[in-house]
Ligand binder design. Structure first.
Ligand SMILES: NC(=O)c1ccc[n+]([C@@H]2O[C@H](COP(=O)([O-])OP(=O)(O)OC[C@H]3O[C@@H](n4cnc5c(N)ncnc54)[C@H](OP(=O)(O)O)[C@@H]3O)[C@@H](O)[C@H]2O)c1
Length: 160
């Protein structure tokens, strides 16, 4: 499986239930990379999407323990085991923190947007630079939006 995430310099990913920053080019890249592939996400991350709805053009496999949660256009799974039994190999894990932490061990490729700034954060992604199981490709060129610099780094799992 794949994982896609935007992290700050401390591998922070969110604060108060929302993203640290919205980068327009990064959102376009997210769409291009994930279009046509199933997405795996937690219920709180779906709440941050436009209208709080599943993303179009992709299966949305959403985790929630709430038996009454049934968003139109999404597939809800009440346990990780049920979800994994239905998750194809080309799926993208798209957050949030609880889902990333639970599934990073199942992922082989990580598409990381590295934001060259420290934000106040209350949730984090595992630091792949400190994990010998992961090896980074060369970073992309550095881009900038509103004075915030960022680049893309793809990581590959080299050992289980
Ligand atoms: N920077 C990025 O790339 C990025 C990407 C995505 C999200 N984020 C950020 O991450 C934060 C959200 O992360 P989060 O950890 O608080 O929420 P989350 O992972 O998006 O959703 C958590 C919810 O998912 C459900 N869930 C999780 N594990 C489950 C399991 N094993 N079985 C059944 N249901 C399960 C539960 O839903 P119920 O409560 O309904 O039971 C739980 O409350 C936000 O700040 C968001 O902006 C950042």
């Amino acid at each position: 499986m794949n994982v896609i995430v935007a992290v700050d310099e401390n591998w922070g990913i969110g604060k108060d239930g929302d993203q640290l920053i919205y980068l327009r080019e990064d959102l376009k890249r997210f769409k291009a990379l994930t279009m046509g592939h199933p997405l795996i996400l937690g219920r709180k991350t779906m709440a941050t999407f436009p209208g709080g709805r599943p993303l179009k053009g992709r299966r949305n496999l959403i985790l929630s323990r709430n038996p009454d949660f049934a968003p139109e256009g999404g597939e809800v799974y009440h346990t990780m085991e049920e979800l994994l039994a239905q998750a194809p190999e080309d799926a993208f894990v798209i957050g949030g923190a609880s889902v990333y932490n639970a599934l990073i061990g199942q992922c082989d490729t990580a598409y990381v947007t590295k934001i060259q700034k420290e934000f106040p954060a209350d949730c984090w992604f595992p630091n792949l630079d400190e994990d010998p199981a992961w090896q980074a490709e060369e970073p992309s060129e550095v881009m900038e939006q509103d004075g915030v610099r960022y680049c893309y780094v793809t990581y590959h799992r080299v050992t289980k």
